[in-house]
Design a protein around this ligand. Sequence first.
Ligand SMILES: [Zn+2]
Length: 310
Amino acid sequence: MRSRMISVERLEALATRALAEGGRLATWRDNGRPRRLVTWDLSMQCSDVIGVELNARYSANHSKVVKPMTVILVVRCRKCEWCRKMRSRFWTGRAMAEYGHAQRNVFGTLTARPEDHFRYDTQARVRLGKRGVDFDGLHEREKFEARCVEMGGEVTLWLKRLREGRDGQPKPKFRYLLIAEAHDSENTQSVMRMRPHFHVLLHEYSVPLILPHEVKVIKKDDRIIHSLEDNSFVRRNWYAGFTKFEIATDPKSAAYLCKYLNKSLAVRVRASQRYGSGFIQNNNASSACSSSSKNEKGEIDPPSLGTGKG
Ligand SMILES: [Zn+2]
């Protein structure tokens, strides 16, 4: 079991919340001193739960005498099949909600050239090196995460260009979901292995991202595809490599994208603020565990524990 110290004020607040939302309290006497233990199970059907023991760090300005207390949180592993399925389901629901409310939806892929991946590795090496972490000594999955941070910077610049819009034109209004996945198939070249590419869903609201002349209609296997031209605004603003985009004509494309989340551990999600949540009523799970994580609101973090991740 992991253990952590948090301030006594936060621990008390957490215990109060736990008890209000299904946590269990046990009390006993330890050498004549009363002790309290609150256990709060947030793991649902995760098959590989993680226990986190929280004890109080007494702050200088805390003058009250409080009985010693421990809170044990039982949280999801985020890795087992059930956790992955839940993650995929969570984002599918949100993507479908955005899809249904947007005026138009576009999905596509952003990839980077080997030389750009080489640059991301170099940047990651320098960035982590400053914190005393040896990039080359990391596990493949950790390397993938570091690469996602670097390539994510490139994606941020792309989103900024899209938000800026065309010269002298109104700024486009859109929301996005990005799923980073590792190149990792049988025939992936070694220079590309475990390097990220991004699956993208863009939801257009009121001011369009795409102009009519930027769409070409092609027929592929009896399917009509509304594909974006190479020099379309969305595609030409990605500088790092190959892109492919098409206009979504079926809400299934949103669900299809989220299936990647189920597929592998080497997947990261990033989305517009409050993505989809404006349209969806919070269910019990997400309200009980309103996450402190910035990007992955679907992940259940121990409440008020800050950014510590498993
Ligand atoms: Zn799990």
